[in-house]
Design a protein around this ligand. Structure first.
Ligand SMILES: Nc1ncnc2c1ncn2[C@@H]1O[C@H](COP(=O)(O)OP(=O)(O)OP(=O)(O)O)[C@@H](O)[C@H]1O
Ligand SMILES: Nc1ccn([C@H]2C[C@H](O)[C@@H](COP(=O)(O)O)O2)c(=O)n1
Length: 228
C-alpha cells in the first residue's frame, strides 16, 4: 500500500461466554486502530425489541415474522461502542438478566440470524482500516474469509469467577450453571452454532491475565500483517 499504510485486516474472535471476547476485541481494535463490532450486542438488541413488543419468545414462527422490523445500528469505535434500536440507546437494557436468559432462543431463529448476519457483513465491508468482530459464528459463517480467526476458551470455573466478579459477587455456582446452559443452547442450535473454525487459532485464557491475552492477539494480528 502507498506510504506504508497498513492493509485493512479482518479479525474474527469467537468463543463461549466469559472467555474475554469483548474485553480482548475492544482493546486489540483500539491498540491497532481498527473498528470493533460486538455481535452479541446485536442479538441482545433484537431480543430486547422482541421482549419490549410482547413477542412470545417460545414461538419461533412469531419471532421470524417480525425479525425484519427493528432497525439496529451499531457504533464501531472500540473506545465508545454504541447500540441503538429504532433510534433508542439500548446499551444498558440489553444487559439485563431477562434479555440474557432469552437471547439464545431468539438468536436460534434462522430469520433472525439471516438478518443480523447481513448487517454484520455490511459493517465489516465498510470498515476502512479493518475490524475486529467478536461473537460465536464469525469465523465459521459470518466472515469465513477473515484474515485471522481466534477462538478463545477458558474453564467454566474461571469464566464463572470472572462473571460473578462483574456481577458484584453473584453466586459462583448459579453463575457457572447459567453460563453452561447458554453455551449448550448456543452450541446445539441448527443454524450457525457456536463453533471453532477449522483454521482458527485457539487461545486458552484460563491462566492468562487479560493483558496477556490482548498481547497474544495483537502479536497474532501483527504477524498476519507481516505475512508470517
Ligand atoms: N484473561 C482474563 N483474566 C481475568 N479476567 C478476564 C480475562 N478476560 C476477561 N476477563 C473479565 O471477564 C469478564 C468477561 O469478559 P468479556 O465480557 O470480555 O467476555 P465475553 O467472552 O465477551 O463474554 P460474553 O460472551 O458473555 O459477552 C469481564 O469482567 C472481563 O474483564
Ligand atoms: N455471533 C453471535 C453472537 C452472539 N450470539 C448470541 C448467543 C449469545 O448467548 C448471545 C449474547 O452474546 P454475548 O453478549 O454474551 O456475547 O447472543 C450468537 O448467536 N451469535
Amino acid at each position: 500500500m502507498e506510504n506504508g499504510a497498513a492493509q485493512p485486516v479482518i479479525v474474527a474472535i469467537d468463543g463461549p461466554s466469559g472467555t474475554g471476547k469483548s474485553s480482548t476485541s475492544k482493546a486489540v481494535a483500539a491498540q491497532l486502530g481498527l473498528s470493533y463490532l460486538d455481535t452479541g450486542a446485536q442479538y441482545r438488541a433484537i431480543t430486547w425489541w422482541m421482549v419490549t413488543n410482547g413477542i412470545d419468545i417460545d414461538d419461533p414462527t412469531a419471532i421470524a415474522a417480525v425479525a425484519g422490523k427493528p432497525e439496529i445500528v451499531s457504533g464501531t469505535d472500540p473506545n465508545a461502542p454504541t447500540i441503538t434500536v429504532d433510534g433508542t440507546d439500548v446499551s444498558a437494557p440489553i444487559r439485563t438478566q431477562e434479555v440474557t436468559s432469552k437471547v439464545s432462543a431468539v438468536s436460534a431463529v434462522p430469520e433472525v440470524r439471516a438478518r443480523i448476519t447481513e448487517l454484520q457483513r455490511s459493517i465489516a465491508a465498510g470498515a476502512e482500516n479493518g475490524i475486529v468482530v467478536e461473537g460465536r459464528d464469525i469465523g465459521t459463517t459470518v466472515l469465513p474469509d477473515a484474515d485471522l480467526k481466534i477462538f478463545l476458551t477458558a474453564s467454566p470455573e474461571a469464566r464463572a469467577a470472572r462473571r460473578s466478579g462483574e456481577l458484584k459477587g453473584a453466586d459462583l455456582h448459579s453463575t457457572r450453571e447459567a453460563l453452561l446452559k447458554r453455551d449448550a443452547a448456543d452450541s446445539s442450535r441448527k443454524t450457525s452454532p457456536l463453533a471453532k473454525a477449522d483454521d482458527a487459532v485457539e487461545v486458552d485464557t484460563t491462566d492468562l491475565t487479560l493483558a496477556q491475552v490482548i498481547e497474544c492477539v495483537v502479536t497474532l494480528v501483527e504477524e498476519k500483517r507481516a505475512g508470517k
